[in-house]
Design a protein around this ligand. Structure first.
Ligand code: GTP
Ligand code: MG
Length: 305
């Protein structure tokens, strides 16, 4: 459908096309938004411009943020790191408080969180670092952490917010969990509808409430978060002793040799015999080679020379 642009719009568009820097592009896009036709048939164009605008803003923010980078804020990346992403007031800090030992500032007004807050999620003796960052659309946003985290926890209060958040999530290959927070504000029927909607998009999602949280919901969400890292946990055991309570976390499809090397570099050369009990063994105490591929929750017993 023709959108019949006026002179100002055409002019702004030309500026955009000939812009050399991101800052020039942003200015031109702002002008395009201001001067573009307001009628219905121009709606998809407006959306398109807005998306371009937000993406560019995100990019410029990243540049700024690398200066006052996350290193300066003293965040050392843990083995498993997830970041809470969402618009302001979606409840990111509340989710951090529900899942971890952290006590972030939680307020009903917008843009409460102004710098990253760290928390440690504990699940089954596993420790997962969770970072609450300022709202993606805010001037305090931190693109750097979004890019380095292993898992993105996208906090929304309505599926429509996903479109607004998307331009800020450049690295689409990361594992993502959509958490529809404040589900206490919906009726049972509305919740079923929302679930069906998210399901139809094949999202990995959970409905959650920080107001009506219960231990079972929290446990399930923690489990989902752990699973999204795609790792396995393996318990080591000394002969004639019970297995260690603390698991060793490894990438999926790791071998017995990888466990040994993770315990101590060079340790695999000292191993005389390995016995496995668990999902990857055919029977308890099965003797296996260093090349044996492990599964989640295997117990590994090393006999050294
Ligand atoms: N009803 C309801 N309110 C919630 C829930 N989770 C958070 N809230 C409220 O929503 C408001 C915002 O919560 P925050 O956790 O500060 O939100 P945020 O996403 O961290 O917001 P900013 O840091 O300001 O961008 C607070 O008043 C919370 O009490 C929930 O599950 N249900
Ligand atoms: Mg917050």
């Amino acid at each position: 459908m023709p959108i019949n642009p006026n002179y100002e719009y055409t002019n702004a568009e030309e500026k955009y096309l000939s812009a050399k820097t991101d800052e020039e592009k942003i200015l031109a896009l702002e002008e395009m938004l201001k001067t573009m036709p307001t009628h219905k048939s121009a709606e998809s164009l407006r959306k398109n411009i807005r998306t371009r605008y937000k993406k560019l803003k995100g990019k410029i923010e990243t540049k700024k943020q690398t200066r006052k980078s996350s290193k300066k804020q003293g965040i050392k990346k843990a083995e498993m790191q997830a970041v809470l992403i969402g618009l302001t007031n979606s409840g990111k800090s509340s989710v951090l408080a529900s899942l971890t030992n952290a006590h972030p500032k939680i307020e009903s007004y917008a843009y409460t969180t102004k710098s990253p807050v760290l928390g440690t999620l504990e699940y089954d003796k596993l420790k997962i670092q969770i970072i609450d960052i300022p709202a993606v659309e805010s001037e305090y946003a931190d693109q750097g952490i979004i890019n380095t985290a292993d898992v993105l926890l996208v906090i929304i209060t309505n599926p429509s917010q996903l479109q607004e958040i998307e331009p800020f999530l450049e690295n689409a290959t990361k594992s993502r969990i959509i958490i529809l927070n404040k589900s206490d504000l919906f009726s049972e029927q509305e919740k079923r509808k929302l679930s069906a909607q998210l399901q139809s998009k094949k999202y990995n999602f959970s409905l959650f409430s920080c107001k009506e949280e219960n231990t079972e919901d929290i446990r399930k969400l923690k489990e989902k978060i752990w699973k999204s890292f795609g790792k396995i946990r393996v318990y080591t055991k000394e002969p004639n002793k019970p297995a260690d309570k603390e698991p060793i976390v490894l990438p999926q499809d790791s071998a017995v040799k990888d466990v040994a090397e993770k315990i101590l570099h060079g340790f695999s050369e000292k191993i005389k015999e390995t016995r496995i009990t668990g999902p990857s063994s055919k029977f308890p105490n099965q003797k296996v080679s260093l090349a044996h591929i492990l599964k989640d929750k295997d117990i590994v017993e090393f006999h050294t020379r």
